[in-house]
Design a protein around this ligand. Structure first.
Ligand SMILES: CC(C)(COP(=O)(O)OP(=O)(O)OC[C@H]1O[C@@H](n2cnc3c(N)ncnc32)[C@H](O)[C@@H]1OP(=O)(O)O)[C@@H](O)C(=O)NCCC(=O)NCCS
Length: 177
């Protein structure tokens, strides 16, 4: 399904704080138009800055796909999975590509460094919580060794319908054990 036209000229790099408006625009478009996120309302830039700062404090990586000319066309992040201490070796990941850039391999290019960053951070498990109808994301994660470990029925509600969530997990062989 990935297009024959790869996303040439796009570089993947670690995010800096000034990338937050670009990250926010991609996220909010997905909030308003898709079930990739179960948020209903767009987030504010202030919330995105808080998110960025918390990621810095917790040493959770954020990557950016930047097109020639500087436009941010995708992002990925590791996130805290749970506040309780015993979950500290587990992370939940995010990956978002701007609508007009999807299907050109950027999801994979953003997920790859994320897995490496999780390994370097000493994490043990990466969880992806994916809307069950999101075939692109399920395929993407499967390609990176994520296995389906759960299917929760009708735990989400958006656009006037119940939504199932698939959980996929990748264990990191050299991570905390
Ligand atoms: C999911 C997402 C990140 C994938 O990124 P992408 O750059 O489009 O993905 P890629 O081009 O790397 O392709 C990933 C896989 O999905 C497949 N795919 C792409 N678009 C697809 C579509 N519309 N339907 C079904 N499969 C699709 C590709 O063929 C590829 O499969 P393969 O690995 O078996 O070859 C992107 O579509 C996106 O941002 N979607 C909206 C936000 C979202 O869903 N985020 C994930 C939340 S869990």
């Amino acid at each position: 399904m990935a297009s024959a036209s790869p996303a040439r000229g796009v570089c993947i790099r670690r995010a800096v704080r000034s990338d937050c408006p670009g990250i926010l625009a991609i996220y909010n478009h997905a909030v308003l138009n898709t079930t990739a996120s179960y948020d209903y309302e767009p987030r504010t830039l202030e919330q995105r800055f808080d998110w960025f700062d918390a990621h810095g404090r917790d040493d959770f990586a954020i990557f950016i796909a930047e097109a020639e000319g500087g436009e941010i066309v995708g992002w990925s992040a590791l996130n805290k999975y749970h506040d309780r201490f015993g979950f500290r070796f587990t992370t939940e990941n995010s990956v978002y590509v701007a609508e007009s850039w999807r299907g050109r391999g950027l999801g994979g290019r953003l997920l790859e460094p994320l897995v490496t960053a999780a390994e370097h951070r000493g994490l043990h498990a990466i969880i992806a919580a994916i809307d069950a109808a999101n075939e692109a994301s399920i395929r993407l994660h499967a390609r990176f060794g994520f296995e389906k470990v759960g299917h929760f029925r009708q735990v989400g509600f958006k656009f006037d319908r119940w939504l199932d969530v698939v959980y996929m997990e990748r264990l990191i062989v050299n991570g905390a054990s």
